[in-house]
Design a binder for this molecule. Structure first.
Ligand SMILES: Cc1cc2nc3c(=O)[nH]c(=O)nc-3n(C[C@H](O)[C@H](O)[C@H](O)COP(=O)(O)O)c2cc1C
Length: 333
């Protein structure tokens, strides 16, 4: 099959359970990153992609402690809420709480963060297929909207169990699988293995979403072609570039490669992001502090980026951020 016919045949849609999505691109969940503000920024460039919340702990949900992460706006729909934990009943209870405002419930079985793994949550569940299956069945039975599971290839190189795990996910009644093509041991190092994600696609009938290292329209297409996946999820590439998913969708649908934002456009987007974060947090200092991790990404590729980064992380006021952006613009000329 040549590339053109591939693009035409796969014209941007993805069905997860009874939810028909008009885009096969998903904004991957990232704790501390994909809050309601960033999701709305992504939505400005992509009206159809599925957005995902940061992970919500089922324990915290029980005690109504995740209120900030729960914040969202209707404009974000279709929106998937991701839940983490290891107790089937608590996970079911959490999913029931999320169902009224989610279009999908996603179960986190891929997070490798030490704090999560120590609890028996996230990717640790890939080492206990029985418990993982009980969780999926409990969540499946608790809600009537589609349920997906996000996982990795396994714990480490010698214990990759992605095929067995994917078949279990399907047997438990889940409607889709998002696979990050790395093991827990790899964390974020090495390369995501899109061929092995393709093996998952071959092993099950439910939709499989490939994830890992997709940071450009070309890589998105390459991942779709190599893995044969039904969709793709994009994570870190969004940081400092909320328009990336929109450009990926355009490329997948039409083959047109839209230009990346130039430095001035990037600064405009960064300032809008910053203003929205300050407004959202109703506190200038907290909003600016939250933006620090994004500033580094927004100025990447700019001459003297290291100096600007150092200046930006010291900012405490919006006016200071604006002044640095102005300086960057002036230095371009
Ligand atoms: C800062 C950060 C936070 C993340 N938080 C989550 C999370 O809450 N839930 C989850 O399933 N994955 C989480 N991930 C993993 C991403 O969703 C994604 O699987 C991973 O970054 C690989 O995709 P990428 O190469 O496109 O970034 C996180 C990743 C990063 C870098």
């Amino acid at each position: 099959m040549n590339n053109t016919s591939y693009i035409e045949e796969s014209a941007g849609n993805l069905k997860i359970g009874n939810l028909q999505l008009k885009s096969k691109v998903i904004a991957a969940p990232m704790a501390g990153i994909t809050d309601t503000v960033l999701r709305q920024m992504i939505r400005m460039f992509s009206k159809d992609c599925l957005l995902m919340s940061e992970m919500l702990s089922s324990e915290a949900l029980k005690f109504n402690k995740e209120q900030k992460i729960l914040l969202h706006d209707k404009i974000e729909n279709p929106l998937s809420f991701q839940i983490s934990g290891h107790k089937p009943e608590l996970m079911a209870e959490g999913a029931r709480k999320l169902e009224p405002f989610a279009q999908i419930i996603d179960i986190n079985m891929g997070c490798p963060a030490p704090k999560i793994v120590k609890n028996g949550d996230g990717v640790k569940l890939m080492t206990d297929i029985k418990l993982a299956s009980e969780i999926i069945k409990a969540v499946r039975n608790a809600v009537s909207i589609p349920v997906t599971v996000k996982c990795r290839l396994g714990w480490d190189f010698n214990s990759k169990n992605y095929i067995e795990f994917a078949k279990m996910i399907e047997d438990c009644g889940a409607d889709g699988i998002i696979v990050h093509g790395r093991t827990k041991s790899q964390m974020y190092s090495g390369k995501a293995n899109w061929e092995e994600i393709g093996e998952v696609k071959q092993a099950v009938k439910i939709p499989v979403i490939g994830n890992g290292d997709i940071d450009s329209p070309q890589k998105a297409k390459e991942c779709l072609e190599i893995s044969g996946c039904d969709g793709i999820a994009v994570g870190r590439g969004i940081m400092g570039d909320p328009g990336l998913i929109g450009r990926i969708e355009k490329f997948i649908l039409t083959g047109e490669l839209q230009p990346e934002p130039d430095i001035k456009e990037k600064l405009e987007i960064a300032l809008l992001h910053c203003k929205k974060e300050v407004e959202h947090m109703r506190n200038e200092l907290n909003g600016i502090k939250f933006m620090r991790k994004f500033f580094a990404c927004y100025v990447t590729g700019i001459r003297d980026a290291t100096t600007y980064r150092a200046d930006l992380v010291r900012c405490t006021k919006l006016s200071e951020v604006e002044a640095i952006f102005e300086k960057i613009r002036n230095n371009l000329e």
